[in-house]
Design a protein around this ligand. Structure first.
Ligand code: RRO
Length: 291
């Protein structure tokens, strides 16, 4: 099951979707057992921004049939807090660390990339151009020219693999993927969450503190499959596929559609060890199908 991903040797193709597994809290809860049986072949951190953020006002989650809508709003310690407090703990994980970053301008992203470029604990960077939950509504990832300009700006700042996390909330996702590839990205990841909304059944007002949110879980799996398939026809660089993966069979589908790695997200909230089961189911399917 081992796989070469942008020069990183991974034990198997299952990773986590950014923001869906808190490895620091999990280490506190499960102790060193977590390190002995770590569920993912690489760990992708929650998005880091330049400045600390509180995140969006509650409520932040709403459960829908087959999924979740989140409006978390990127709470994080900011670059310096992350470097001082989170990175030393994440550095002991037994797998490569991929740091996900987001900025509100190209300059902010450049500062983040430059800071992480120097850290040997960090194996790769994921540029989050697709968060649906910022009050500015700003989403660089919906526009191929914006994505190209961003990747051009940060590409010279690091030799580490650069993964661009794409949004499904764009009119032409393959065009955005091509823009990322031509500007020098090493891989793309998709899908981030699908924009959604829920109303408070009692008042009829928006339920989420951020009004709208991002939908994930099995309800978006068919969207992910279609978008990974379309992007795979358009680019040569590897794809990290995600969206509603619950079983080895779902992971195999995304790989058949063109993904090199598959990320597990919402399913880890239901069962933090789900990725171990999914990797083992995938291994069996690959052996049986000869894929
Ligand atoms: O923090 C969030 O609200 C969030 C982010 Br950064 C993201 O990329 N995708 C998402 O669904 N939520």
């Amino acid at each position: 099951m081992s796989v070469d991903f942008c020069g990183l040797e991974l034990a198997h193709p299952i990773v986590n979707a950014s923001g869906t597994f808190d490895a620091i809290a999990a280490h506190r809860a499960f102790g060193d057992e977590l390190l002995e049986r770590f569920p993912f072949a690489a760990f992708v951190s929650k998005t880091v921004t330049l400045e600390p953020r509180q995140g969006n006002p509650p409520p932040r989650l709403w459960e829908v049939a087959g999924g979740l809508i989140n409006s978390i709003g990127l709470p994080n310690k900011g670059l310096h807090g992350y470097l001082e407090r989170d990175l030393p703990i994440l550095a002991v994980l037994p797998v490569p660390l991929i740091v996900n970053v987001m900025g509100f301008s190209r300059d902010e992203v450049a500062q983040l990339v430059q800071a992480f470029a120097e850290r040997e604990e960090v194996s790769a960077l994921e540029l989050n151009v697709s968060c649906p939950n910022v009050e500015t509504g700003l989403m660089m990832g919906a526009d191929p020219d914006e994505v190209a300009a961003l990747v051009h700006r940060v590409r010279p700042l690091t030799a580490k693999p650069l993964i661009v996390k794409l949004t499904p909330n764009a009119s032409d996702v393959p065009a955005v993927a091509q823009a990322a590839e031509h500007a020098g990205a090493d891989a793309v990841s998709l899908i981030n969450t699908v924009k959604g909304m829920a109303l408070d059944p009692k008042t009829g007002a928006p339920w989420l503190g951020g009004v709208t949110g991002g939908m994930s879980g099995p309800a978006v799996r068919a969207i992910a499959l279609a978008q990974v398939h379309a992007v795979a026809q358009a680019i040569e660089i590897p794809i990290v596929g995600m969206g509603g993966i619950q079983a080895g069979r779902d992971a195999l589908d995304l790989m058949r559609a063109g993904a090199t790695l598959v990320a597990v997200g919402t399913e880890s909230f239901r069962d933090p060890t789900a990725a171990l089961r999914i990797a083992s189911e995938l291994s069996e399917l690959l052996a049986n199908t000869g894929v």
